[in-house]
Design a protein around this ligand. Structure first.
Ligand code: ZN
Ligand code: ZN
Length: 151
């Protein structure tokens, strides 16, 4: 079903940063939180999660610009220091990298499964109702439960 052809690659707008993904995403999601709005410069962030060892930086050095600011996330966000593109965020607690989907060379393979922080969604954003949405950040247990019942 998936159209990812592993490994797949991506990078920033200017090309200074290039990375390679060594496995299919563990999770694909939209996030409507204020951090993702600000970080992406749009209504929400679309990201795929990978286990940290499956994310390989091939060129460049993304700079961390602080942790999640307003909603208690323990996430560090990385941007290209040259062009400012939102590259990824890293949650060291769960050892996952969350890659900004538009940075992928082929973003069309993305298939969102869940949505987070719909309570922060802007009135001018249409929340994707085809997928399971959470008003805030679900617990790891809730997510595991969702994906178990989802098959
Ligand atoms: Zn760049
Ligand atoms: Zn978010």
């Amino acid at each position: 079903m998936s159209k990812y052809s592993v490994p797949y690659e991506g990078g920033c707008s200017c090309g200074d940063i290039r990375y390679r993904c060594l496995s299919e995403p563990t999770m694909s999601y939209h996030c409507y939180c204020r951090d993702c709005q600000r970080g992406s410069g749009s209504g929400y962030g679309s990201r795929i999660a990978l286990n940290t060892p499956d994310f390989e930086l091939m060129r460049g050095d993304a700079k961390c610009h602080g942790t999640g600011l307003d909603e208690g996330t323990r996430v560090r966000r990385y941007f290209c220091p040259s062009c400012g593109a939102d590259v990824c965020s890293i949650n060291t607690q769960v050892e996952q990298v969350f890659i900004s989907v538009p940075g992928l060379d082929d973003p069309s393979v993305f298939q969102p499964q869940v949505g987070f922080w719909t309570s922060s969604a802007q009135p001018w954003v249409k929340v994707n109702d085809d997928i399971k949405n959470y008003e805030t950040q679900p617990t790891m247990e809730e997510l595991v439960e969702h994906f178990r019942s989802d098959g």
